[in-house]
Design a protein around this ligand. Sequence first.
Ligand code: AP5
Length: 215
Amino acid sequence: MKILIFGAPGVGKGTQAKILSKKLHIPHISTGDILRAAANSKTELGLKAKAIMDAGELVPDDVMGGIIKETLNDEKTRSGFILDGFPRTIEQAEILNKVLNELGENHLILISIAADDELIINRLSERRECTVCHTIVNLIFLNDENVCPNCGSKDTFIKRKDDDADVIKNRLKVFHRNTAPVLSFYEDKAKLINVDGTKPVEQVTDDILNQLNLN
Ligand code: AP5
């Protein structure tokens, strides 16, 4: 199964992609995670990308296209993948189309998750990541002890730099301007699944699995 997870920053793409990856036994490829790993390793790409990501702008299409071509040519993605965060522009969608055509793969499923900007701003302002096991949590669900619900570490939560209020607003602006138009590109090129991202996590997953006829 070849799945694209589509939606605004903070709508829950990563949350659902991780769950689906486990359930469907296919790799979760997050372009944001790839760029953050490059930034942490201080590679040339990572250092350039970090400044762009911290400002909430988009890394250039040719750079992202190179990353995606390399990733999808890897044997590990041959039996399927969940692509989270790509494509984010029409040009990226065209690059992906070309790469998949070259690989002889053209059955795509696009899962579009929707929520309004106000809810997204609240979610991202409250998002924290455990630095030990990388579990993503919402601040309001953390207990008083500040203990990670997954690995039990204490006081290990950080806020992503691009989750600052002004940067969130810019990421949403960039989404509406550059990324939202990508949805119409796929109208006749993928099976489209629309889900309401304002529901609780488990309900969103159920909705996706129902529409995939997997429940
Ligand atoms: P990326 O890491 O892809 O960030 P994003 O798209 O902005 O998405 P997020 O990771 O912020 O949110 P999400 O939708 O995954 O939500 P999550 O599940 O965490 O990209 C970062 C940057 O990298 C970009 O800004 C850009 O600079 C660069 N980049 C990446 N790809 C690129 C590309 N292709 N081209 C150019 N540049 C690129 O959930 C958010 C919060 O909500 C969490 O706290 C979670 O616990 C909570 N939550 C999730 N679902 C629910 C729910 N149903 N109910 C209640 N809470 C929920």
